[in-house]
Design a protein around this ligand. Structure first.
Ligand SMILES: [Mg+2]
Ligand SMILES: [Zn+2]
Length: 275
């Protein structure tokens, strides 16, 4: 193993859209979704939307069909395979739901590359209706994190993974959304966070980059994700990261804050895999 855990957000990180919005929009429920959104948490609304779709005669098979067509950048698929082949352990932490994520990963032939998917539980009930539940049951207790939505604190999930995996592994965390900020704050020096540029996570990190202990490497699209991720894996595996590891990473302007990748553009074709 490479001693690296790569943690991916799912929506707008692995796939190039939000899977919840994709299903709602493709099946023609956008207007109802927008009407109800101000009245309840997102996770509860998705369960409600599944109820509305079921009542309108939409089958689980039809939901699976539209999940077949979610956009994904081809370089993200190759990045996942390369990272796995390099010996990294891949995990997902997502505020979507297990049914959507596993359906999409199975369609893409990617399910077996991930050792763990942390997300909102979901199942098809006896009436054939898809149910979507909260990862954290906020009707019983609050998780106590003010940064995160009531149904999931990704930071607490990262803490749990860190508590068991931290000693022997470095972490690379990829995400785009505001829900990815809390886990980013918990990464350690030597870990890497990869925020998608000009998305909410990147904005939050840029608002006060001193709060982030991990090193920050932004990316724009799937091609960029692959290039940056494989570079970081290579850097960690080869142990040639320590030159820049000592100094704390502080800058005023986010534009100058991320480590420039230009000098690393010639990414080695194959990753060296230690035995
Ligand atoms: Mg996302
Ligand atoms: Zn949190």
């Amino acid at each position: 193993m490479a001693g690296i855990v790569v943690v991916f957000d799912f929506d707008k990180t692995i796939i190039d859209c939000d899977s919840d919005n994709w299903v709602v929009d493709e099946l023609g429920f956008t207007e109802l979704f927008n009407q109800l959104l101000p009245t309840m948490p997102w996770n509860s609304l998705m369960d409600r939307m599944m109820r509305e779709m079921h009542a309108a005669g939409v089958t689980v098979g039809e939901i699976m069909e539209v999940l077949r067509t979610v956009p994904i950048h081809p370089r993200v698929i190759s990045a996942i395979k390369s990272a796995h082949d390099a010996g990294c352990e891949l995990r997902i932490v997502s505020d979507a739901n297990r049914f959507f994520i596993e359906t999409i990963l199975n369609n893409l032939g990617l399910r077996s590359y991930f050792s763990e998917i942390n997300t909102n539980p979901s199942y098809v009930d006896d009436d054939g209706r898809l149910r979507i539940l909260p990862y954290h049951d906020f009707t019983k207790s609050t998780h106590g994190c003010h940064l995160c939505p009531p149904n999931m604190c990704k930071g607490m999930i990262i803490e749990r993974i860190l508590s068991t995996e931290a000693r022997k592994n470095k972490f690379i965390y990829l995400g785009d959304g505001s829900g990815d900020y809390c886990p980013s704050l918990r990464l350690r020096a030597g870990d890497r966070v990869m925020p998608r540029k000009n998305f909410p996570l990147w904005d939050l990190i840029c608002s006060d980059a001193k709060l982030i202990t991990a090193r920050i490497h932004d990316w724009t699209d799937g091609g960029d994700l692959e290039r940056v991720l494989l570079h970081l894996i290579n850097e960690i595996v080869n142990g040639d990261e320590d030159a820049s590891a000592g100094a704390p990473f502080i800058a005023v302007d986010c534009k100058f804050q991320t480590i420039p990748m230009a000098s690393h553009e010639a990414l080695p074709q194959a990753l060296r895999i230690p035995n």
